[in-house]
Write a protein that binds this ligand. Structure first.
Ligand code: MSP
Length: 506
């Protein structure tokens, strides 16, 4: 039976349109989903929108819309990222859907029935924009740490007995050292949990735009308990536990570093308290700045993924984000750097390789691949790097190190270009046609594997490459990687892979 794999993005708040930061997490998740499918796994890939809370209600009111109409509109912009960036989610969840309300309430009821939730009084400084409470000592000059104004609030609230889960959490982290990745995030979380946990306020009585607390119409659930439950909703919880059993043990939550705590402390504690199983891993990636600055509406530097895709194509954007930045660490987005990578890596290294090899076959062999396999030692040395590359790429993907995976694939591309330069097919045309046939066969073997390796990262271009060398659809998965390249018929006409752009135009 195929291995099951479940990958999730955070669900995006609908108080802002999608930007390059939201696109970043979704692209990363998509590469994992596609890669695992190529490995033959049964993959679920979940993304969606987080639609409740005070900020959403306020934004809707400002625009004179009902919260639901407002959510419908903004959620549609996030859904539109799927075709734009070539994403392949198997489910798009909205927290305002009936199935989600049912799942979140079922989780609450499980917790309540097990004595894990109680009614108490909450008092603190409340930051409305962030929907977060702060203690007196956390305020900076009377404002929240993010600089927003705060109001003092005392209200009834339900609490989750988070404090009771400190030891079980520490035990869990010890027994599952890969639960929090990368390592340095793990250490931060360990220190935080070791310093003690307070019970967590999990309801709001001053708010109506949320999921009602079961059996107490005066409260709605706090956004985070509502939001985290989305990962269960998509698996058919609570109606069936079948998918939960199947997918949960191999579930990876990709999140931005700022929401690591919610996913690595609150979420496993809630699940343990509800006696539900735990996901395999939470991987926290870093934040993107734009030209060295924090992205913000006030600075006017928010990058819209639509503009980028229109200018450079989805593949260049996908490639750039995952190649330029070490996944896990913060990184900078700059259009100039994107242009440089597009020209150097994609158009020069990859595009030219494919172009120069295939144009030979079109020109001198009437588009019929001259398969000739009396390989020399040099040929074999070149070809044997590809299985090693696949091995390393698989390891890097399991560690969620996209930049390393791409670097490794590029070793193959650079080696292929070097092989062309060494073999000089343009001279062989005149001097040794038999050897030319061998050399072109070797290069097609290489290009075939490069195309297969790149499929999850730059799907449009990789499929174009595989189409141009007439690879059957079923031979594009890793199970065929070790079998010889076998074209189905002659080669179709050449397509342009990447067009160079002016590097200093912006
Ligand atoms: N709704 C919550 C998540 C609930 S998950 C149960 C939330 N939403 S968010 O829209 O504010 O952020 C979603 C994700 O967008 C973050 O985890 C982060 O991955 C990504 N990013 C938003 N801005 C970003 C950057 N500037 N850079 C990189 N990613 C950032 O938090």
């Amino acid at each position: 039976m195929a291995t099951s794999f479940y990958i999730t993005t955070p669900i995006y708040y609908v108080n802002a349109r999608p930007h390059i930061g939201s696109a970043y997490t979704s692209i990363a998740a998509d590469v994992l989903a596609r890669f695992k499918r190529q490995e033959g796994c049964d993959v679920k890939f979940l993304t969606g929108t987080d639609e409740h809370g005070q900020k959403v209600a306020q934004s809707a009111e400002r625009l004179g819309k009902t919260p639901q109409t407002f959510c419908d509109e903004v959620s549609a912009h996030f859904r539109a990222l799927t075709p734009l960036l070539n994403l392949t989610p198997t489910d798009f969840i909205r927290t305002t859907e009936a199935r989600h309300k049912k799942a979140a309430q079922a989780l609450w009821t499980l917790l309540y029935d097990r004595g894990q939730i109680y009614l108490g009084i909450y008092a603190g400084w409340y930051d409305v924009r962030e929907e977060a409470f702060y203690r007196e000592e956390e305020l900076i000059k009377g404002k929240s740490p993010s600089g927003n104004s705060v109001e003092w609030i005392e209200e009834f609230s339900y609490f989750f007995k988070l404090s009771a889960w400190q030891q079980p959490l520490l035990e869990f982290y010890k027994n599952n050292p890969n639960f929090i990745a990368p390592d340095y995030r793990r250490n931060e979380i360990l220190r935080f949990v070791e310093s003690g946990l307070k019970d967590l306020s999990v309801s709001r009585s001053r708010l109506t735009w949320g999921i009602p607390v079961p059996n107490d119409g005066k409260h709605v659930m706090y956004v985070w308990i509502d939001a985290l439950a989305n990962y269960l909703t998509s698996l058919g919880f609570p109606d069936s536990l079948r998918e939960l059993k199947q997918f949960w043990p191999n579930c990876v939550h990709l999140v931005g570093k700022e929401i690591t705590r919610f996913h690595t402390i609150y979420w496993p504690a809630l699940l343990m308290a509800a006696d539900l199983p735990l996901p395999r891993q939470v991987f926290a990636h870093g934040w993107l700045t734009v030209e060295g600055q924090k992205m913000s509406k006030s600075l006017g530097n928010v990058i819209d993924p639509h503009d980028l895709v229109c200018a450079y194509g989805a593949d260049a954007v996908r490639y750039f984000l995952l190649r330029e930045i070490s996944f896990g660490e913060d990184g900078d987005f700059s259009e100039r750097a994107l242009r440089r990578r597009l020209n150097a890596d994609l158009a020069n290294d990859l595009g030219n390789l494919v172009q120069r090899v295939l144009s030979f076959i079109h020109k001198y062999f009437a588009a019929q691949v001259p398969l000739r396999r009396d390989f020399s030692k040099e040929d074999q040395d070149f070809l044997k790097i590809f299985p090693q590359i696949l091995n390393r790429v698989q390891k890097y993907i399991d560690q969620v190190f996209f930049h390393r995976a791409l670097e490794t694939i590029w070793e193959g591309i650079v080696a292929a270009n070097r092989y062309v330069d060494q073999q000089k097919p343009w001279l062989l045309v005149k001097s040794d046609k038999a050897r030319l046939e061998v050399v072109l066969t070797v290069l097609l073997e290489g290009i075939y594997r490069i195309g297969v390796l790149l499929r999850s990262f730059i799907p449009i271009s990789a499929e174009t490459i595989l189409n141009m060398i007439a690879v059957a659809p079923e031979a594009r998965d890793f199970s065929y990687f070790y079998t010889p390249y076998t074209p189905v018929g002659g080669l179709p006409p050449l397509d342009i892979l990447f067009t160079k752009v002016q590097e200093n135009a912006c």
